[in-house]
Design a protein around this ligand. Structure first.
Ligand code: AMP
Ligand code: MG
Length: 484
């Protein structure tokens, strides 16, 4: 029996979309993690698969029906266009139709060199694999669209970065791996035929309703823009900093993709940058909505000739669509932040109320996640989190008056706050601890514990209480690294 029922639609696109290639075997694969819940969702028989999982998810054993390919793409990296990037250390094994009928990509990341590797070794280090595993599963548990982690395997090999590090491979599952940069790859080559094929593939796969619109490619742009606006709004409500919002790391499906130096805010500061390579702060927390819009504008440029044969008409239509992203983001953000304050009715002053709390949090260096979660226990409890509580006190009085106008019992407000505000996020110092234990002591128990904790972010479980706490002064992680 075939373990995976692959149906590889991307492989049916022309050869210039990818390079067919087998993964490079590794010396001693050892399974670190296998996501049985996700496996079941994908229609896989986890029990039957378990004995061969290390082989399958290292690439040593090629699953029946897999047709591995490295995808071609380009991208703007920190604003600079690179006409050829591509999967330099990843291979798409194939596509599955999941239990709900959705097409999902199964990809190995760290599977060895490809024609797109340039000077890279095509491998991944254990640390970044564990980070992506934990953070992507946390994002999923928070209800935020994201690629998923199906498995992690230690390769038994060493990868050389600044130091020698243990190698690993992540098996990633995504709605697709098509990026803004995939469109840019063909636009840079003035390959109109490929752009049309790609756009049609994306419409059929991700946005079928656009296919029946009067202007299908404009509808595609609008749908991608709206998903990006909604996605980034969700990031902003949990304090997530992606860190490398390059156009090659912007998924057309609207999923969060490519977890590199990503991290969550502890104390609230909208200017926060974690990534060591983001020296200009281009991808600072507060810049993310504008950057998403910039990235979608690069997507729009590749579609102009499909939107309308008259370039001026196409530009006018695309510009209008891009402008709408600002209000889409604003609406999504406001509704997310209202929910975080227990509000379901809409009042004109709500934006001000939210802004004042954020201002007080910034001034008082209050922890973003813990402040919102603690509001469920009342304003008095949250007050202790503020370095300078006076601004918070003024705000708290207004918030109490505002929640009273919701016209529901306090217990209902409290329940709303607990449902909207996670207790547990993968805090940077915890992620670092997990990586250190695994890399330096081959101890994966902390990884397993953190993974279990982040999968239940809205619960108050005593065994996970330590994960709700912000870092002590000496535990703070201020800088993160891609580690690729
Ligand atoms: P990223 O910054 O992880 O989004 O990667 C940017 C580009 O560099 C992509 O084309 C990757 O495939 C490529 N890349 C990153 N790390 C490696 C590596 N170790 N070997 C080969 N290519 C890599
Ligand atoms: Mg990338």
């Amino acid at each position: 029996m075939a373990a995976f029922a692959f149906d590889n639609s991307y492989r049916r696109l022309p050869e210039r979309f990818y390079a067919p290639l087998a993964p490079q075997p590794v010396v001693a694969p050892r399974l670190i993690a296998f996501n049985r819940v996700l496996a079941a969702e994908l229609g896989l028989d986890a029990d039957a698969m378990a004995p061969t999982a290390a082989g399958l998810f290292s690439g040593n054993q090629i699953a029946e029906g897999a047709e591995p390919i490295a995808l071609a793409y380009a991208g703007h990296q920190f604003g600079n266009f690179v006409p050829q990037l591509g999967d330099g250390r990843a291979l798409l094994l194939g596509e599955l139709i999941d239990a709900k009928g959705f097409r999902r990509d199964v990809q190995l990341k760290g599977s060895g060199p490809t024609p797109f590797s340039r000077n890279g070794d095509g491998r991944a280090a254990l640390g970044p694999v564990l980070r992506e595993y934990v953070v992507s599963e946390a994002m999923h548990a928070l209800g935020i669209p994201t690629t998923r982690a199906l498995a992690a395997v230690a390769t038994g090999e060493i990868v050389r970065r600044e130091t020698a590090l243990p190698g690993a491979i992540l098996t990633r599952v995504a709605a697709s791996h098509i990026r803004v940069g995939t469109f840019q790859y063909f636009a840079a080559r003035q390959d109109a035929e490929a752009l049309r094929l790609l756009a049609d593939h994306v419409i059929a796969r991700h946005y079928p309703q656009a296919g029946t619109a009067e202007r299908p490619y404009l509808a595609l742009l609008a749908a991608v823009a709206e998903r990006q606006a909604n996605l980034v709004a969700r990031w902003m409500t949990v304090g997530f900093v992606h860190g490398v919002m390059n156009t090659d790391n912007t998924a057309i499906s609207g999923e969060t993709i490519d977890y590199g130096p990503c991290a969550f805010l502890d104390a609230y500061d909208p200017a926060t940058v974690f990534s060591s390579i983001d020296r200009g702060g281009r991808y600072a927390f507060r810049n993310q909505p504008a950057i998403a819009q910039w990235n979608v504008a690069r997507f729009a440029e590749t579609l102009l000739f499909l939107i309308d044969p008259d370039i001026d008409t196409a530009i006018a239509l695309a510009t209008e669509t891009l402008k709408a992203m600002t209000s889409q983001f604003g609406r999504a953000w406001l509704s997310g932040m209202r929910a975080k304050l227990g509000l379901m009715r809409e009042e004109d002053e709500d934006g001000t109320l939210i802004g004042e709390l954020l201002g007080a949090m910034h001034a008082g260096a209050a922890d973003f996640t813990l402040t919102f979660r603690t509001l469920a226990d009342g304003a008095g409890a949250a007050r202790d989190l503020f370095g300078a509580p006076e601004a918070f006190d003024t705000w708290a009085a207004r918030w109490q008056a505002r929640t009273a106008r919701e016209g529901v019992a306090d217990a209902e407000i409290r329940a709303r706050l607990k449902a909207a505000n996670p207790a547990i996020i993968p805090r940077n110092h915890r992620v670092e601890d997990v990586i250190t234990a695994a890399v330096e002591r081959q101890d994966f128990a902390p990884f397993q514990t953190l993974l279990e904790a982040v999968q239940r972010p809205f619960e108050d479980l005593p065994q996970f209480a330590p994960f709700t706490r912000p870092p002590q002064a000496d535990e703070r992680v201020l800088q993160t690294f891609c580690g690729t």
